[in-house]
Design a protein around this ligand. Structure first.
Ligand code: APR
Ligand code: ZN
Ligand code: ZN
Length: 371
């Protein structure tokens, strides 16, 4: 198979403005243990925005996009031909399958995934994407804001033929991170009280994860009052508008002793400690949102130890995609998880700069692009 010309949304420089260019690039065929996926739908996550705006550094140029689904159209050496035509959700934590983290079921911490991810390359240290100017990097071994993507075969998680990829793509990040933080990381139990800071594409999934496990109450907090309806739709029992009320007082007005679990899902540094101050003695703060690199949050170590409190980090909802994606799709098929309601708008990848501005303006839950 030869290299192909296709269109991809390329981040040329990090900063404000129209930093992403949807243009023609060259994609090499899959190498050993890789597959070529025709992208059917690909989401916009706050993390893509963090890279675009430069809150997190990344080698440039790079094709962003890490929340996608598609169909396998070619396989590299070592991948069974039977996988051709398979519908897949892309996972940004394929794992190498051999390191200690993979053995622990923590592919998101896999040595090879972390090393390749930092450099923006594939497992073999090279790029499949390039143009006349040279190599173009891959975000998270996926580079899914594109018509086609070459990804590790372990990144391509097979899903049933009947799956609607236009919503299932969201399992790649937002849904996995949100539901998983409740179920896998925090292990919330029925009637546990929960506060969720941030009702964006990820936070709404924390809220519906809390509903799924029958948490009560489920207090949604956002400084954008327009998020109220979505938060209530996905299962919040209360909404605290942080633009008019101190959010700590707002949560304690509903649960005076503090909640069992507080989830930070805004990606703001300050909300990490705000969330902490809403938990009860022995309660747990779960950090899902990801602030700028190097930022430090304040916690009172005396209280944390004295009151046996926990502060947990949750990466991708501590998910094991091959186990968890089929379960979530099954829950969605039975109406227990709402995927369609997360999609505010479906756009062309041509509109990626506009979509990022909409996310900054806070007018969307999730945008899904159709290449
Ligand atoms: N207080 C309350 N709400 C806030 C605050 C704040 N200080 N700052 C931001 N928010 C709200 C926004 O109004 C928005 O509704 O947090 C929400 C963030 O939602 P999105 O922009 O849709 O971001 P999302 O994709 O959900 O990601 C959230 O999770 O995976 C990480 O990197 C991602 O850090 C980001 C976080
Ligand atoms: Zn590994
Ligand atoms: Zn994401």
């Amino acid at each position: 198979m030869a290299s192909m010309k296709m269109k991809a949304a390329v981040l040329q420089s990090q900063g404000p403005g129209d930093v992403v260019d949807y243009r023609s690039v060259t994609l090499d065929p899959p190498k050993a243990n890789e597959v070529l996926v025709k992208i059917v739908a690909t989401g916009l996550c706050r993390s893509d925005l963090h890279y675009a705006r430069g809150l997190w550094k990344h080698p440039l140029p790079v094709v962003l996009g890490h929340e996608a689904a598609g169909v396998i159209e070619a396989v590299g050496p070592g991948v069974p031909k039977e996988r051709l035509g398979e519908k897949v959700i892309l996972s940004l934590a394929p794992g190498c399958g051999t390191c200690r983290f993979c053995a622990l079921g923590q592919a998101y911490n896999c040595d090879a995934v972390v090393a390749a991810g930092l450099k923006g390359v594939m497992f073999d240290g090279t790029c499949r994407l390039h143009d006349d100017g040279g190599d173009i990097h891959h975000l998270a071994l996926l580079a899914a804001w594109s018509e086609y993507a070459v990804v590790p075969s372990l990144s391509a998680v097979a899903v049933p033929d009947g799956t609607d990829l236009h919503t299932a793509c969201l399992l790649g990040c937002g849904v996995a991170s949100g539901l998983g933080s409740v179920i896998n990381t925090a292990k919330v139990r029925p009637a546990d009280s929960v506060a969720v800071f941030g009702c964006g594409g990820v936070g709404l999934n924390v809220i519906q994860g809390a509903r799924l496990v029958s948490a009560l109450p489920i207090i949604a907090v956002d400084r954008n009052p327009r998020k109220r309806d979505a938060a209530m739709h996905f299962g919040a029992t209360h909404f605290v508008d942080a633009s008019v009320e101190d959010p700590i007082e707002g949560v304690k007005r509903i649960v005076p002793d503090g909640v069992d679990f507080a989830f930070e899902v805004t990606g703001e540094v300050s909300t990490a400690s705000t969330a902490y101050w809403t938990i009860r003695r022995g309660g747990t703060t779960v950090l899902v949102g990801q602030p700028p690199e190097g930022a430090l949050a304040g916690f009172p170590p005396y209280e944390v130890s004295q009151f046996d409190q926990k502060i947990l980090g949750s990466m991708l909802g501590s998910m094991r995609p091959f186990i968890d994606y089929p379960k979530i799709l099954n829950l969605a098929a039975h109406g227990r998880v709402d995927l369609g309601g997360l999609v505010s708008e479906t756009l062309s990848l041509r509109d990626v700069n506009d979509a990022m501005r909409k996310m900054e303006a806070g007018t969307i839950n999730r945008v899904v692009f159709v290449p």
